[in-house]
Structure formats: structure tokens, C-alpha cells
Design a protein around this ligand. Structure first.
Ligand code: DAH
Length: 336
């Protein structure tokens, strides 16, 4: 090994030892530079083969290098012993990672919540087709042939006598045809109307129909069931108000308002300062509907009601535009 090579070796050893971070690293370098297989050991072992004059010179050179390396090793050892041990510190108080979770659409949740309440009162769930025969949507429900609701402007016609159902009431007719009383059913579903789209009206919306037919079913039963529903869904203090109304398939008919649960009836923006919120239509099923399905109107009576799901959800959650339900903007949906 030449003097230059020894100098290079020393420079390398000095730098590596200066940058040692652990006792293991220092030991590895000791083996590398002073171990049995190191270059320096080879030089010292080979001294006896050299000429006497050369031998002295090389021996001095090599021993000097060895001393230097031993000194650096000692220094490095001291340094790593004094240095604080490197530990990975974990902050247990940091919040965990949040992964986005999916959830049910507010309409689905509203339907589920309402269905739950009626299920608890003995109602079964039934569904019907969204593409519906005109007969079920109108005729069997006692809509006269010239009723304005049948108009092309209100109803989406798929064919001459097939429509996209404009309400969930045709499910009444389908279920009456399938069963004999007692029949106690709630029927949620999507409905369609050709309307000018606005904050209050959309071409697609959800309704929930309810009906009960048996011996001696009265308007008082209807009031009881709707009161129980409204108080469970909107709050125990809610009052109901039945206003006379008209539907072709019920007689008598009523629209139901609940006392505004936001202002306790004092008057606010949501109830338009009336203290009341309209939530549904209802009535006693018309004998003509019973006749259409072959029920004896002398033997049975029944009530029916229908509510708009979006309207209920809008009231409950103070949502002021029905279109939000259908735009699927995650910033809106994720709030519920
Ligand atoms: N089908 C009616 C509508 O869409 C709502 C309705 C009113 C349903 C009275 C009923 C009822 O069952 O008895 O406006």
C-alpha cells in the first residue's frame, strides 16, 4: 500500500467515524479498518517480507494510521454513548385519520323513519309500479274521465293508457284487488308530475300512502293514527288540524296541518307566520273505489292518507329548495 493510499484510507475512515450514529456502526467500522481482514492489518503482517530500510518506514506509517483510527474510534464511541437514543415519539392525542363513509340519502332515511313508525302501529309495507296503467292511477280512484289531473300537462303519458304514476294512491287499488279486509298498509314510492320546476316542485318526488279497511273503521281512527304519527315524528307537543278538502277517491276528505314545531305556533318564516304546516291529504275511502275493487261498501269502511316525503323532510330539516334532493351535491347530502 502506498502512502497515498493510506492517506485516502484515513480520510475515508475519519469521515465515516465522524458520522456514526450508533455503537453498532462504530463497531462495524472498527472491524473494517482494524479487523483481521483490514488493509492495515495486511500491511503490518507483510512487514517481514520487506527490505529492512523499507520495513521501518512502512511500519511507522502504518502504526501512525492505526493510532489515528483508534483515536477516532474512541471518540466516535464516546459520542454515540453520550447522544440521546433516537426514539420515534408517537403523539397519542392526535386525532385519527378520517375515512369518508357513505350514507343513506335523506329521502331514503325519511321514508325509513316514517315506515318504522307506521310499522309499529301494525301497518304492512306494499310497493307498486312506477309505470302505471291509467286505470289504476285515475279511473279506479274515481277520477272522472275529464278530470284536469289527467291532462297531458300534469301527467307524463308513456302510451295512450299508461302513465308514470302521479301519486302512490294506485297502490291502494292494486292491494285491494289482491286482498280481503282487514287491509292495513303503507306504501312509499316515487311519483312523477309534469310541473314547472321550482324550489317547491320537481318533476320527480316521493310519496307515502297509508290505508286501512275493515269493519267499522272511522274518521276518529284516522285522526288517532295520524296524531300518533305526527307526535312521534315531529315531537310530542305537536297539534293537528284537519281542514275540509276534496279528493276524488275519499269522502269526506281533509288536509292535515301540524302546529309549527319550529316556532310552537307563534309564527315564523317556515310556517309563513300562520303557525301551521300542511303535511298530508286524507279521507274516508270513497264507495266508488270499493266498488271498483269488489269490496262491499255496506260492510267495510276505510281511511286513506298520502304525504309528500320531500315536504316532510324539508320541514323537519329546514330545507328550502326541493331541487337539492336531486342534484346529489355531496356538500348538501353529507349534512344529514
Ligand atoms: N294522492 C293525493 C295526492 O297526490 C294524496 C292523497 C290525498 C292520498 C288523500 C290519499 C288521500 O290517500 O286519502 O295529492
Amino acid at each position: 500500500m502506498s502512502q497515498d493510499e493510506i492517506a485516502d484510507l484515513l480520510a475515508e475512515a475519519e469521515e465515516l467515524l465522524e458520522n456514526c450514529a450508533s455503537a453498532e456502526e462504530v463497531e462495524a467500522l472498527r472491524v473494517k479498518y482494524l479487523g483481521r481482514k483490514s488493509a492495515l492489518t495486511a500491511i503490518l503482517r507483510g512487514l517481514k517480507e520487506l527490505d529492512a530500510d523499507k520495513r521501518v518506514e512502512v511500519a511507522r506509517e502504518a502504526n501512525l494510521a492505526k493510532k489515528k483510527i483508534e483515536k477516532w474510534l474512541a471518540e466516535a464511541k464516546q459520542k454515540v454513548a453520550a447522544a440521546p437514543r433516537q426514539v420515534t415519539r408517537i403523539d397519542h392525542t392526535l386525532p385519527g385519520k378520517r375515512y369518508p363513509t357513505g350514507k343513506l340519502h335523506l329521502i331514503t332515511r325519511t321514508v325509513d323513519d316514517i315506515v318504522d313508525i307506521f310499522y309499529g302501529m301494525g301497518f304492512e309495507v306494499a310497493l307498486g309500479p312506477e309505470v302505471e296503467e291509467e286505470y289504476y292511477n285515475f279511473g279506479a280512484l274515481n277520477f272522472p274521465p275529464d278530470h284536469p289531473a289527467r291532462d297531458m300537462q300534469d301527467t307524463f303519458y308513456v302510451a295512450d293508457d299508461v302513465v308514470l304514476r302521479t301519486h302512490t294512491s294506485p297502490i291502494q287499488v292494486r292491494e285491494f284487488q289482491k286482498r280481503k279486509p282487514p287491509v292495513r298498509i303503507i306504501a312509499p314510492g316515487r311519483t312523477y308530475r309534469q310541473e314547472a320546476i321550482s324550489a317547491r316542485a320537481y318533476c320527480v318526488f316521493y310519496q307515502l300512502e297509508g290505508f286501512y279497511v275493515d269493519h267499522r273503521v272511522t274518521f276518529a281512527d284516522l285522526k288517532g293514527v295520524l296524531t300518533a304519527f305526527a307526535q312521534q315524528y315531529f315531537g310530542a307537543d305537536v297539534k293537528l288540524r284537519f281542514r275540509p278538502s276534496f279528493f276524488p277517491f275519499t269522502e269526506p276528505s281533509a288536509e292535515v296541518d301540524i302546529s309549527c314545531f319550529l316556532c310552537q305556533g307563534r309564527g315564523c318564516r317556515i310556517c309563513k307566520h300562520t303557525g301551521w304546516l300542511e303535511i298530508l291529504g286524507c279521507g274516508m275511502i270513497h264507495p266508488n273505489v270499493f266498488e271498483a275493487v269488489g269490496y262491499d261498501a255496506e260492510e267495510y269502511t276505510g281511511y286513506a292518507f298520502g304525504m309528500g316525503i320531500e315536504r316532510i323532510a324539508m320541514l323537519k330539516h329546514k330545507i328550502d329548495d326541493i331541487r337539492l334532493f336531486y342534484e346529489n351535491d355531496i356538500r348538501f347530502l353529507s349534512q344529514f
